[in-house]
Design a protein around this ligand. Structure first.
Ligand code: GS8
Length: 219
């Protein structure tokens, strides 16, 4: 089977970073196509007509959308190297639960930190830390979320680390002071090449956010 892989992505997007990490873990060669979300390409609209969002993986001409679905697809298709999902069905369900928690909570609550002011902003900060503490508790004393090996939940969460300085600047707080074990886990993940080369530089994330806020008309 030929393996033509194309990724439609935006450098600073945490969802896209997940896919870049998974592709790097598996050692897959691919063509990277940076997308301008303020002026969406016809290719993006054609490949993700429902949500019109990145990331989209195009494998041999066929699109796969939604980052967690893409990561699972990559893990299933390229299953011989660096498995990301646990083989035990219960552990797999747990991994999916936490990845879903990250999706439902961390992005939306984090957004409150940079997109709102006053009471909502303060509540967002509090809830954000509460969510990270829950994740820290789930991590416990393990090396990675699923144990000794870097896996699905790590891939789902680690891109947010490149946004931590931005959340901290916008919220005037220290995540490391609140969740030292989680930050230690993140630093360990960064020692992996697949992660180090896939995460956006925090300064670029912050500059992107300033432009996004301007575009959205948020002060
Ligand atoms: C979220 C993708 C997303 O929000 C996933 O892939 O996991 N649940 C999806 N992508 C954003 C860029 S990153 O913030 C996007 O494409 N936005 C374009 C838009 O909303 O118009």
């Amino acid at each position: 089977m030929s393996n033509e892989v194309v990724l439609l992505d935006t450098y600073v997007c945490m969802f896209g970073m997940r896919v870049r990490i998974a592709l790097a873990e598996k050692g897959i060669q691919y063509e990277y196509k940076e997308q301008d979300l303020s002026n969406k390409s016809s290719l993006l609209l054609q490949m993700n007509p429902i949500h019109k969002k990145i990331p989209v993986l195009i494998h041999n001409g066929k699109p796969i959308c939604e980052s967690l679905i893409i990561v699972q697809y990559i893990d299933e298709v390229w299953k011989d190297k660096s498995p990301l999902m646990p083989s035990d069905p219960y552990k797999r369900a747990q991994a999916r639960f936490w990845a879903d928690f990250i999706d439902k909570k961390i992005y939306d609550v984090g957004r409150k930190i940079w997109a709102t002011t006053g009471e909502e902003h303060e509540a967002g900060k509090k809830e954000f830390i509460e969510c990270l503490k829950l994740l820290e508790k789930e991590l416990g004393d393990k090396l990675y979320f699923s144990g000794d090996n870097f896996g699905f939940v790590d891939v789902a969460l680690i891109p947010f680390y490149s946004w931590f300085p931005t959340y901290e600047k916008c919220g005037n707080f220290s995540i490391e002071a609140e969740c030292p074990k989680l930050v230690a886990w993140a630093k360990k993940c960064l020692q992996k090449d697949s992660v180090a080369k896939s995460l956006a530089e925090p300064d670029k994330v912050y500059n992107y956010l300033l432009k996004l806020k301007q575009r959205l008309g948020i002060a």
